[in-house]
Design a protein around this ligand. Structure first.
Ligand SMILES: Nc1nc2c(ncn2[C@@H]2O[C@H](COP(=O)(O)OP(=O)(O)O)[C@@H](O)[C@H]2O)c(=O)[nH]1
Ligand SMILES: [Mg+2]
Length: 320
């Protein structure tokens, strides 16, 4: 097997196979994953990261396909990570995405990847963040992350983005309610896709009205755009707005935002380390194994067991 250093070099050279292997390593989140991220970290920090979120079926994947084309037309290299749990492994949407995206397969400057969404050790948000770092180190100018934005994990994923685009479609009113409020608050650009459908203007008016209601004093006022992803209508303007927002971030506002991102990154990393240390220690104790037995026999539930072990070992240790 090639060394991690060689793999990292391959990533930095922008080699597609190395990027793919690096991301697989990261999904498995072993010791090597952490080493690889350390090797790549000095090469990161150059990409513009765009989060695309919104209800399933609003046309995010179709929009991303058109975004890739427009970005390539402007000479930008592109990475895409999709974490939509409604389109993993099998099933129509995933296959559809694959077929649509296939035309980029021969383009060395485009890398597209569906992240595994289940059973990722360390969580999907961490894996996605690390995969973004891989694509960043690989020299991609723009990295697009697609999520459906329905759960906390997605809010966490989208927080790595510099520019957050929230995509809606006419007739998906209820789904808008299902989108986490946290995402609405951090949205930088709103897109009403499927503007070819009836009620598109109505949907835009409704969206604008609800934004006015919740409007806060912000230096950046999120624009509301209309697109037809199927035909590419409005895509140029969307790309323009993304770069407008990038320029806005680079003018001062960005510095404090960037500091906040790094802070969050560091806090998350510390939390992970502290949790690992504590759990590793607890696992060595007799009381841990006893509790595993009890949970297995349904004598106690895992949450009560956790409270018990924390109270008895961690908290009592303090008193000693
Ligand atoms: N009429 C219309 N259909 C669209 C448009 N964009 C996407 N679609 C269709 O909407 C469906 C869902 O699109 P997809 O990109 O998979 O949505 P996602 O779940 O948000 O990623 C597909 O059948 C697309 O062909 C659009 O602008 N107009
Ligand atoms: Mg999709």
């Amino acid at each position: 097997m090639r060394s991690l250093e060689q793999l990292a070099q391959g990533v930095v050279n922008g080699d597609k196979r190395s990027i793919a292997r690096a991301i697989t390593l990261i999904e498995n989140n072993g010791e090597d994953a952490q080493k690889l991220v350390s090797l790549l970290y000095p090469y990161t920090g150059k990409a513009h990261i765009v989060g695309i979120t919104g209800p399933g079926g609003s046309g995010k994947s179709t929009l991303i396909e058109k975004l890739i084309s427009e970005l390539r037309r402007r000479g930008k290299t592109v990475g895409v990570l999709a974490t939509d749990p409604s389109s993993p492994f099998t099933g129509g949407a995933f296959l559809g995405d694959r077929i649509r995206m296939q035309r980029f397969a021969t383009d060395e400057e485009v890398f597209i990847r569906s992240m595994a969404t289940r059973n990722v050790p360390g969580g999907i948000a961490k894996a996605t963040k690390d995969a973004v770092n891989v694509l960043d180190a690989a020299g991609k100018d723009v990295i697009i992350v697609e999520t459906v934005g329905a759960g906390q994990a997605e809010v966490d994923i989208i927080k790595v983005a510099h520019t957050v685009v929230v995509v809606f479609a006419p007739g998906l009113g209820d789904e808008i309610q299902a989108i986490k409020a946290g995402i609405m608050e951090i949205a930088d650009i709103f897109v009403l896709n499927k503007a070819d459908l009836e009620n598109a203007n109505r949907a835009v008016t409704d969206l604008k009205a609800s934004l006015e209601l919740n409007a806060q004093e912000k230096a950046w006022k999120p624009p509301v755009l209309k697109t037809v992803a199927l035909t590419g209508e409005g895509i140029e303007q969307l790309v323009n707005e993304i770069f407008e927002h990038k320029a806005f971030l680079e003018k001062g506002e960005g510095a404090s935002k960037r500091r906040k991102w790094v802070e969050t990154e560091l806090v998350e990393a510390i939390k992970q380390k502290v949790a690992d240390l504590i759990v590793d220690d607890l696992k060595k104790r007799k009381v841990f194994n006893e509790l595993v037995e009890k949970v297995m026999n349904r004598q106690v539930d895992p949450y009560s067991a956790a409270s018990k072990i924390v109270a008895e070992t961690l908290l009592s240790a303090k008193k000693d």
